[in-house]
Design a protein around this ligand. Structure first.
Ligand SMILES: [Zn+2]
Length: 1068
């Protein structure tokens, strides 16, 4: 029907056209006969018909064309429609995929940690590729220069770009993994990110694609750090991760890949933080996998290439290794070669490991700034190596993390060797012992230790003083600056002394900032606790007798805050210009005080910073976790003039008290006697007057000539890291000392001068059981072009048999034997440097009857080279770089000391029976770390002021040390109690001891508490560890759990640290 209608319309059009033709013809015609006309008409009609037919033919053709066009058009339309439909379908699929992704993410969200590990293949050799970057928190550049990528002329390194780039690359591929270590850097980066980026990073962390390992603020040094600061820096870093990411941000593995040796105490601390593995620098192959087993279990893995990738497989922008060129159509196709080389390396590595799992660290210092390079090639490496499995290859590559690797080792269910000693000293060649840094930068090492003491005091006073400590009469104060500064200082190039000079200055500057903000907290808190808002002055240079306040004030009050959990007798020495003073205790009772002249060496050392001629000395009693205030008033001297003696008068008075050349010289109190050889001026003997024990003791100062590397054995010079004396025989600085004796009822001193750059005061306070050696060394002369490593040596008649003991990070003591290592046969190649060990707080030599213990005020290196002898390195000044990257000789100078730093410190000596020596050196060690804080106010105290205060209801038992008391949040505080004795170390104190938490504080009511792990980032009851099986049954380590007698009574076993979060309220 439709077709016919179309034809009809065509006919109508045809008719119309014929009519027009007809008209036109009519207009040109002549008259004809009717027949002719008829014929003509017929002819015309025929003609017309013909034309019409032709026209019709044309039209039909036209129509057909049009119809064809129409059909084509329809076809095109249909095609277009189809294309659109396909596109729509594609878009829909895309959308569906996008919608599915978040669903998958959601499903994976709870799969961080071990559950997020890639599946391994049981029958194959599984190679765990661990992409990582090692970012030093200061070394050749300062921490902030490293973060921003500033000063790339020194070293190309920018941590902010590394994190930017790694996150971008992780988001591109679900398979990829990355570990990050240094929270000091991550914190800096995180606080500058927008919400979208933070959400992306949270997703990565929640899916285990970005995993934090170690997680401390820094990767701490292990040889020169004190455990207290290490625990604090771990707590700071892990708390940030906890608060930011929760459970999935909690590291499960310690990652200590760069410290120069490993301490036993670090292993113990890591174990108490959580399940931790530890990786280390190059060690002997047979040691590749074993356990540290001290207080708790720990499993270290030892890496084959340090923490670098295998040779030829470094794809960072800083490396030159060939990329994987995998297009056969292009030049230099190298897939087969790369795979072949990789398989060879993997199989060689597997030969020295126990299981079918090996780990490869794919990264190094400050790598991944352009992470695409690494990941693009690692993706390909995994694909191409695993493709070979189709042809029978038994090697399986996977992206992994240290915790995933650890999990596989645990699943292997093997037995493991136990390691009970430590990894010191570390050497990377026969003459390259890394034992110099135990003592490098002694001034920074002491400043770091003192700063820790101040931080603990500051933390305690913030708690005791309440909110007013943070915002009070002296302004706003906080502890965070000091916490961060001190945490940064724990880095393995900071307190270790192995940074460039400008970086060491930056570490010190940060600590100084911490002091400033902390002192505001202290002032606010003390004003609240004492009820007096008198302005408070601090004197940070009392060790060189500089304090303009005491020097110029005729009357002042000194407040002594004792951060220890027991009461303390403490000698106070203040620079003054008067010659007579009266001192009264908080009860108004007179206190014995004496004035002694400032020594010449101290005068030299001040370099215009103070002018006091005398030191006022008296002993104070300070209650546990509290203070007492003493009043000092200058008295009129004999002439009635209220003024100080001038220098000459002081000297005259001193000479009268000097007892030289009048027989044996000795100083003594009721506990100790020290004798001196009158001919040499050197110490000659030490006696414990309580036990009647006596030893011969000679002490002197020596220097080793640091090797300049020009040597037939090795071209290794001595430097910031390496200790390499040119000769095993040290040079004596002087065989004799000029001495001066000062004897008063409060203090007795023998002042010894050995040379223009070495002096010492041997000092005995009336109440002290230890003999103090206050040494002053420097500027170490180097005009002779000889680098010098200055040490003091104590030579005794103790029969120590080549054995000596040194502490580990200020805690457990380790037995050392000359030229011996407990775990392998040592062929000693450096008789001095190869016998040096870190001394963090103490060392001793002993025989069956006597023990001579030395407590140090900072970390130092030391050894016992001869029987009965103990030497401690005090100062180092060297002229050559030791080729470990720092590219500077260890030659410290400053504006004030352009001729070389002068360093002062103390050694505390005590002689005891071995069975009771710890009863003395344990508390002495804590006193040295947590020295009381002195602050000064003008005049007499206000009548209403409280002059004594204790934050505790009673002193803690002698075995218990108050390690941490720190504000956690508005109503809770962090408390760490420590048993400070080792098992069998003390007859009386090595027993478990119980403390009642409710009856602890005098001003704080404890409403409740929970126990945490050591680093305070996990509830104790939630801590889960892998259980490992040691190789031999005898070595089986037993974890005894404390059984507390009651809810509030907590028991500490020897060397145990327990961490509590207390909910508190200030008592009214
Ligand atoms: Zn490092």
């Amino acid at each position: 029907m439709a077709e016919r209608s179309a034809h009809q319309r065509t006919a109508a059009a045809l008719l119309c056209t014929g009519a027009l033709l007809l008209c036109a013809t009519t207009a040109s015609a002549f008259p004809l006969s009717p027949g002719e006309q008829l014929i003509q008409q017929i002819q015309q009609q025929q003609e017309q018909q013909k034309q019409l037919l032709q026209q019709q033919e044309h039209l039909l053709q036209e129509i057909e064309q049009r119809q064809q066009q129409e059909r084509q058009k329809q076809l095109l339309q249909q095609q277009e429609q189809l294309r659109q439909e396909i596109e729509q379908q594609q878009r829909q699929q895309e959308r569906q995929r996008e919608q599915r992704q978040p669903q998958q993410q959601q499903q994976q969200r709870d799969k961080c940690g071990y559950e997020s590990c890639h599946v391994t293949k049981p029958g194959l050799l599984n190679v765990h590729l661990v992409p990582h970057t090692h970012d030093d928190v200061g070394w050749l550049k300062t921490v902030d220069q490293y973060f921003y990528g500033d000063r790339n002329d020194i070293q190309h390194a920018g941590v902010q770009y590394i994190l930017d780039s790694v996150v971008e690359q992780l988001l591109k591929n679900h398979e990829r993994r990355f570990i990050y270590v240094e929270t000091a850097f991550f914190y800096r980066w995180w606080k500058r990110q927008n919400q979208d980026m933070k959400n992306d990073v949270r997703t990565l962390v929640n899916q285990g694609r970005l995993e934090f390992v170690n997680g401390g603020w820094v990767m701490s040094d292990e040889a020169s750090t004190h455990y207290s600061s290490v625990i604090d820096q771990m707590t700071l870093g892990l708390r940030f991760l906890n608060q930011t990411f929760g459970e999935c941000g909690r590291p499960r593995v310690a990652w200590h890949i760069d410290p120069f040796g490993h301490a036993r105490e670090h292993a113990s601390m890591f174990a108490q933080v959580n399940t931790f593995t530890q990786t280390t620098k190059k060690m002997k192959k047979k040691q590749q996998q074993l356990f540290f087993s001290f207080s708790l279990s720990l499993c270290p893995g030892i890496l084959p290439n340090g923490y670098n990738p295998p040779e030829g497989f470094c794809w960072d922008q800083s490396c030159d290794d060939a990329p994987i060129r995998d297009d056969p159509d292009l030049e230099d196709y190298n897939v087969d070669d790369v795979v072949q080389r990789f398989l060879h390396i993997a199989k060689a590595q597997a030969n020295v490991y126990k299981t079918n799992h090996i780990v490869m660290t794919m990264g190094s210092d400050f790598q991944y700034e352009n992470a695409n390079l690494w990941y693009k090639n690692l993706d390909k490496l995994i694909d191409y190596v695993n493709e070979r499995q189709k042809n029978g290859s038994n090697v399986n590559l996977l992206y992994s993390t240290p915790s995933c690797y650890l999990q596989e080792l645990h699943r292997a269910n093997r037995t493991w060797a136990l390691k009970t000693d430590d990894f010191f000293p570390y050497a990377d060649a026969a003459h390259d012992f890394w034992t110099g840094y135990f003592s490098s930068r002694p001034a920074l090492k002491r400043y770091e230790r003192r700063s820790n003491g101040l931080l603990q005091t500051c933390n305690q006073l913030e708690v005791l003083g309440g909110p007013v400590s943070r915002d009070g009469p002296f302004g706003k104060g906080e502890t965070l600056t000091m916490k961060k500064s001190l945490a940064v200082a724990q880095h393995h190039d900071a307190v270790s002394g192995t940074s460039k000079q400008h970086v060491a200055n930056d570490y010190a500057r940060r600590l100084a900032n911490g002091w400033n903000t902390c002192q505001v907290v202290v002032s606010n808190s003390l004003s609240a606790l004492s009820g007096s808002a008198a302005p408070r002055v601090y004197c940070d240079l009392l060790n060189i007798s500089v304090c303009s306040f005491t020097e110029s004030s005729p009357e002042f009050t000194v407040t002594v805050f004792n951060p220890l959990g027991r009461s303390l007798l403490w000698p106070v020495r203040l620079p003054v210009n008067g010659s007579r003073y009266s001192v009264s205790d908080p009860g108004g009772n007179p206190v014995d005080s004496q004035v002694a002249p400032v020594s010449d060496s101290t005068r030299d050392l001040r370099r215009g910073r103070g002018f006091a001629v005398n030191e006022l000395v008296f002993e104070v009693q300070a209650p546990p976790l509290g203070f007492s205030s003493y009043t000092v008033s200058q008295s009129q001297d004999r002439t009635g003039i209220k003024t100080g003696l001038n220098r000459n008068q002081t000297r005259a008075e001193t000479r009268a008290k000097t007892g030289l050349n009048q027989g044996p010289v000795q100083i003594e109190n009721k506990f100790v006697r020290a004798t001196f050889d009158p001919d040499t001026g050197l110490l000659s003997g030490l006696m414990n007057l309580e036990t009647k024990q006596k030893i011969d003791l000679t002490q002197n100062f020596y220097w080793y000539n640091g090797s300049d590397g020009n040597n037939s054995d090795s071209d290794q010079p001595s430097g910031a890291y390496i200790f390499r004396p040119n000769s095993s025989t040290p040079f004596v600085i002087s065989k004799t000392a000029k001495i001066q004796l000062i004897q008063t009822s409060v203090v007795q001193e023998v002042r010894q001068v050995f040379s223009s750059w070495v002096s010492q005061v041997v000092r005995l306070y009336s109440g002290s059981r230890a003999l103090e050696l206050e040494w002053t060394v420097g500027p170490v002369p180097v005009q002779d072009d000889l680098g010098k490593e200055v040490m003091t040596r104590l030579d005794t008649n103790i029969k120590s048999g080549g054995v000596f003991f040194t502490d580990s990070n200020g805690r457990e003591l380790l037995r050392r034997r000359k030229d011996f290592r407990p775990t392998w046969k040592l062929k000693q190649s450096e008789p001095i440097a190869g016998n040096y060990y870190p001394i963090n707080s103490r060392a001793f030599i002993t025989d069956e009857e006597k023990q001579l213990t030395v407590v140090t005020d900072r970390s130092q290196g030391g050894s016992s080279i001869q029987n009965g002898s103990l030497e401690i390195m005090l100062h180092r000044r060297l002229l050559y770089d030791d080729v470990r990257g720092v590219a500077e000789p260890l030659n410290e100078t400053s504006e004030l000391f352009p001729d070389g730093l002068v360093v002062r410190g103390t050694l505390l000596l005590s002689l005891d029976p071995p069975k009771s020596a710890a009863d003395k050196h344990r508390p002495l060690g804590q006193e040295t770390v947590l020295q009381p804080l002195l602050s000064f106010t003008k005049g007499k105290p206000e009548p209403s002021a409280k002059l004594t205060f204790s934050g505790l209801q009673a002193a803690l038992p002698p075995a218990v040390h108050l390690l941490t008391l720190s504000q956690w949040d508005s109503d809770s505080v962090l408390l760490r109690l420590e048993h400070q004795f080792q098992t069998r170390e003390s007859r009386t104190n090595s027993e478990p001891v119980t403390v009642n938490l409710q009856k602890l504080f005098s001003t704080l009511e404890v409403l409740g508490f929970s126990e945490l792990n050591l680093s305070a980032n996990q509830w104790k009851e939630d801590v889960k560890r892998f259980d490992w099986t040691p190789e031999t049954e005898e070595e089986k380590w037993e974890q005894k759990s404390s059984v507390d007698p009651s809810f509030w009574d907590v028991t500490l076993r020897p060397m145990e640290i327990r961490t509590f979060l207390l909910r508190v309220r200030v008592r009214v």
